[in-house]
Ligand binder design. Sequence first.
Ligand SMILES: [Zn+2]
Length: 250
Amino acid sequence: MTTRNEIVQWCNTILQAHQFKDYAPNGLQVQGTPQINKIITAVTASQAAIDFAASQQADMLLVHHGFFWKSEPLTLTGWKGKRIATLLKHNINLLAYHLPLDAHPTLGNNAQLAEKCGWLPEQQFGEQNLLNLGTLPPNQGNLGLLAAHLQSVLGRKPTCIGDFSGSLNKVVWCTGGAQGYFQAAIDAGADVFITGEISEPQYHLANETGVAFISAGHHATERYGVQALGAALAQQFGIHHHFFDENNPA
Ligand SMILES: [Zn+2]
């Protein structure tokens, strides 16, 4: 029998959760049953993910995007009240890791995305080690090839800004909504920066600096860390793990 506390403790330690300054609490967010046999993982603790976990009689939902963000309503009303009521009704633990699950050097979203895409990581750098520098293999050595590769791996057409004729070698990436780190990627000598989302200024910055910018999807780029962590938990504790995916185009 595996206990909730063993799993939470193991994740907190592996991910060094206490070392991060974050926008939401990392670790156990909603307390449910003390014994764990089945874990569902998902990118976000949406109503759909919670309903799926309940339908599977899961004991724990493990996500990258949990609750209690700084910008979120404090009261348990509306959509937030409904999500938490569903978890409590079914005695499901909610375990969430945000930045610790982006940055982990093997299980993290950044490390897992590089592995899925075949990039060669060289170093982590920048704000809380969230940025990653590496090289692209020759079969992804220009914007057209890289875009086609990302589309085949992620199942979603990326938005690409830049010169399609130039060759690319140095890549900097950060999964999710990291468009604000584009300048840090330019300063690090990137030929291309890859993240999940784009805002208006990045279009101009890409054109004016000659550093290409790719927005490959927030959900699409952050699918893999939580799955790797779920698989590691299944192996460590001999429990069942299943990943719940959603067709989120953002
Ligand atoms: Zn995210």
